[in-house]
Design a protein around this ligand. Structure first.
Ligand code: ADP
Length: 400
């Protein structure tokens, strides 16, 4: 029977085209795994669709006519209505993935007006992602005033980077004003760093590169599970080629486009966040790796090859920073699921002494390298929501 007095925590992870959410038992020291299930909420053409998988494997679906974008209040209303009706127990708190936490070194914090002011002030540094992350916090504060809210930052995991990694070659005064590398995907890296000892003691203690390869993609160089270098920078545009973002790009291209093509900041922002990467290189075929893999067009093959090259090139740079490499971990939608892309990346690391088996049907959480390989390689599933829940539940139970 459903226990309506049991408190539960809602975790919201707002992406560019969907909201991933999870529910957790928020009782102090629950007897079993506190995760009650995971859901996704997507807007597809004229329809809003919600799918929820309970921890016992059962599935529920719902849909409504489209109201507006995924982080819009109208849309959140349908989603929140469904969650409240179907949650075992009552919602006592919500926790959010927030892409930019500025200089904050702790992953989680209780939301209050001062923190919201700080996070709002960071919008110019993450103009597309930050407002989307903050919208549900505003919405819940307005419509569900009694709910405790927590924010967890994607930047905090990288507070251990030293100045040689955070500084660009800009005038010192600009660096001091915050024009520096922050790094992102920290919640995913924190999850992987947390589970590494369960899989591979050498990877946990040694020099390990984690490749988070999803629509957004980056690398993080870990030594003893601490972030030492990362490819994303001041913004989420830097580093690897991504679904619709270019990754590392000569800033001279931007100056040229401004001068010779009359592009302003808005036009450049649209180009860099929405029209580049796999989508742009493939000539508009797709930003999605699965669709590109299914295509026989040469431009699709070239886009995948450029993605692989950018990952291999940056693995070389991260290895240099670490002074060698003990392990490579592949995660995110592509790293967890695409055997051809994984194999191409591992082939590109043969010079490091990485030898791998090319099985097309490797399960998640599997070792990819051969026993004699100098560098071990794994594909591990990430779980950002578990990290958000862990921080929020700790703060909740400590009375924050
Ligand atoms: P996000 O950054 O939006 O969280 P994900 O981590 O979900 O992204 O990764 C999405 C990417 O993973 C897409 O490019 C998608 O095509 C790719 N992907 C997911 N499943 C597969 C698969 N089975 N084969 C190849 N690519 C896949």
């Amino acid at each position: 029977m459903t226990d309506h007095s049991r408190p539960s925590l809602l975790v919201l992870n707002v992406g560019s085209s969907s909201v991933k959410f999870s529910l957790y038992d928020a009782t102090d020291a629950p007897a079993q795994d506190p995760c009650l299930g995971h859901g996704t909420f997507e807007v597809h053409r004229d329809t809003e669709r919600l799918i929820f998988r309970h921890a016992d494997g059962t599935r529920q679906n719902a849909q409504w006519p489209r109201t507006d974008g995924p982080a819009d209040s109208g849309t959140l209303r349908n989603m929140m209505g469904w969650i409240e009706q179907h949650t075992e127990g009552h919602l006592c708190a919500a926790a959010h993935r927030v892409v930019h936490g500025g200089d904050r070194t702790l992953t989680g914090a209780r939301v209050d007006p001062a923190l919201m002011g700080e996070l709002q002030a960071l919008i110019p540094m993450a103009p597309l992602h930050q407002p989307r992350c903050l919208a549900p916090i505003h919405y819940l504060a307005r419509e569900h005033g009694g709910l405790a809210q927590y924010a967890c930052f994607d930047t905090a995991f990288h507070h251990t980077l030293d100045p040689l990694e955070t500084s660009f070659g800009l005038p010192r005064a600009m660096t001091e004003q915050g024009l520096r590398r922050y790094g992102f995907h920290g919640l995913s890296y924190e999850y992987i760093a947390g589970v590494l000892p369960e899989y591979d003691e050498r990877a946990a203690k040694g020099r390990t590169i984690v490749a988070h390869l999803g629509n957004g993609a980056s690398l993080c160089a870990l030594h003893n599970r601490v972030s030492r270098a990362t490819t994303m920078g001041f913004s989420t545009l830097d580093g690897l080629l991504m679904g619709t973002r270019p990754g590392r790009l000569d800033p001279g291209v931007l100056l040229y486009l401004m001068r010779e093509r009359g592009m302003d900041a808005e036009a450049l922002e649209d180009l860099l966040y929405h029209q580049c990467g796999l989508l742009g290189v493939s000539g508009g075929i797709a930003s999605d790796m699965r669709e590109l893999g299914d295509s026989t067009a040469p431009a699709a093959t070239q886009a995948i090859a450029l993605f692989v090259r950018s990952v291999v090139r940056e693995i070389g740079a991260m290895t240099a920073v670490l002074g060698g490499l003990d392990a490579l971990i592949l995660t995110g939608g592509i790293g967890e699921n695409s055997a051809p892309v994984r194999n191409a990346i591992l082939d590109g690391c043969a010079w490091l002494g990485l030898q791998h088996s090319s099985s097309p049907n490797t399960p998640q959480g599997a070792c990819l390298s051969l026993p004699d390989s100098k560098v071990c390689a794994w594909t591990l599933p990430t779980d950002e929501n578990a990290v958000i829940a862990r921080h929020a539940l700790k703060l909740l139970h400590s009375g924050a």
